[in-house]
Design a protein around this ligand. Structure first.
Ligand SMILES: [Zn+2]
Length: 465
């Protein structure tokens, strides 16, 4: 009898967890439950045979048939006979002409995203988060405002953030990209630009009231690092507040402590777990956590642990140069911002900027090579699509000033500009599970095109601040 009652109790708990607790908030994006099968790192022993493995790889990305590099001056009218297709043609345009094309397409896409996610009078906010929800559209509008100085975009952005503010009240999610900290931080920055002191005060007060649960994970999308990212965003755009410095310090302490506890002594100084796996990528693992920590004021021993963790990752990358999605994984498949070389490359670029070490720059360049060869994904978004992968070259260009990286960024962005819409409508490219969102859909592509107007200033949305 007690055994049957216990079984019933467990089943009831599972039912409540699956149905009732999730019904209060939309399904978490990018979790083991919600990741589509093609996005999930998995190992299939039958695919270990080489031929099948190659086929599986070909399913993920388009072969990159563009030249590795062509200097802008070598592409002129005399090379017109080599121009066989529209992609080569668009890629050969002088940058000024091309940037005007990016601008026009970006603003068209932005209007489509607003129409589909917000409508004319505003839709009821179901998913408030920046990753796939309304705040992502607001973030895109804020970017459009920065580029065009169109006050209408700023006003609409502010309206959307207000709707997200109401929708996220009482939310247990606390991060920049998937939680309430993103709403309050973007709200404060937009209020500052609008010259609305009262609203600025409101969002800053709301931000300070966010409480971090004790059992919070440490990763970027749902954990402590994601809260710190919102603090960095505020510090950068509003200015440092001594009270918030004390608070961020306490969160850094928790992250370092947790990382040292799980670390494998003598190999990797910091390690973290999320949903039972020790992830390495930007969304849930080491790359994202290290990226955020490098923006914090760290003690000397903490700096050494961050450097040591990055060195461990560099030493243990796959022979191909790609990075495992989690500790011990032998599956060399994913070349995404969320899992694999692109997310790690951005962290290594940051490490090179912060620490000035050549070893991190070289490792970032090596990771960029993987992105060039296997990163022309059959998806558009920034999280696991071409738009996100393009930022690897933009970051390397910002860091080094080397025009070869600008060319590669241009090549990926031109591929999207020339082909994405057709490939999606023909079913040859995935338009994203949330097709208009910032992280999975064409919202991210619009953001990238806005960044291509001034490529030396480009930064991965809501991540590279
Ligand atoms: Zn992803």
């Amino acid at each position: 009898m007690r055994k049957r009652f216990f079984k019933f109790y467990i089943q009831l708990k599972i039912y409540i967890h699956r149905h009732l607790s999730l019904s209060r908030e939309p399904l978490l994006p990018h979790t083991p439950d919600s990741l589509s099968r093609s996005d999930q790192p998995r190992r299939n022993p039958f695919l270990e045979r080489k031929g099948e493995r190659e086929r599986e790889m070909a399913d993920r990305f388009f072969p990159n048939e563009m030249p590795d590099f062509e200097a802008e001056t070598t592409i002129d009218e005399t090379s017109s006979e080599r121009i066989k297709d529209s992609l080569t043609e668009v890629l050969s345009l002088p940058y000024k002409t091309l940037s005007e094309k990016f601008r026009r397409s970006a603003l068209d896409l932005k209007d489509t995203v607003v129409r589909e996610t917000w409508g004319h009078g505003g839709k009821r906010v179901q998913d408030f988060a920046l990753y796939t929800g309304t705040l992502g559209t607001a973030y895109l509008l804020y970017k459009a405002y920065q580029v065009t100085k169109n006050k209408d975009d700023l006003a609409l952005c502010s309206e959307m953030v207000k709707a997200c503010d109401s929708a996220s009240h009482g939310s247990r999610r606390v991060t920049f990209i998937c939680g309430r900290a993103g709403v309050c931080a973007l709200g404060a920055v937009v209020a500052k630009h609008s010259g609305d002191e009262r609203l600025l005060h409101h969002y800053l007060t709301q931000f300070k009231e966010i409480k971090l649960p004790k059992d919070l994970p440490n990763e970027l999308l749902y954990g402590r690092a994601g809260f710190l990212l919102a603090c960095s965003f505020l510090n950068k755009h509003i200015g440092k507040d001594p009270l918030s410095s004390i608070r961020t310090r306490a969160v850094v302490d928790d992250i370092i402590k947790a990382g040292r506890q799980l670390a494998n002594k003598g190999t990797c100084p910091l390690m973290y777990e999320w949903h039972g796996k020790k992830y390495w990528g930007a969304a849930h693992g080491l790359a994202g956590i290290m990226h955020v920590l490098m923006d914090m004021e760290l003690k000397p021993d903490e700096v050494e642990d961050v450097k040591g963790t990055l060195r461990y990752m560099i030493k243990n990358c796959f022979p191909s140069g790609n990075y495992p999605s989690s500790e011990g994984s032998e599956s060399d498949r994913l070349v995404h911002w969320c899992h694999g070389a692109p997310g790690v490359a951005l962290t290594l670029v940051k490490a090179s900027e912060v620490f000035g070490c050549k070893e991190f720059l070289q490792a970032a360049v090596d990771a960029g090579e993987v992105v060039w060869n296997r990163g022309l994904l059959k998806r558009v978004g920034v999280c696991h699509g071409i738009s996100g992968n393009t930022y690897v070259f933009l970051s390397l260009y910002r860091l080094t000033g080397n025009v070869e990286f600008l060319y590669r960024a241009k090549a990926f962005a031109c591929f999207l500009l020339d082909r994405a819409q057709n490939l999606i409508s023909e079913g040859k490219m995935h338009g994203g599970d949330r097709p208009y969102s910032l992280f999975e859909g064409i919202g991210g592509m619009a953001y990238l095109f806005l960044d291509m107007i001034e490529p030396s200033e480009a930064r991965f949305p809501a991540y590279e601040l």
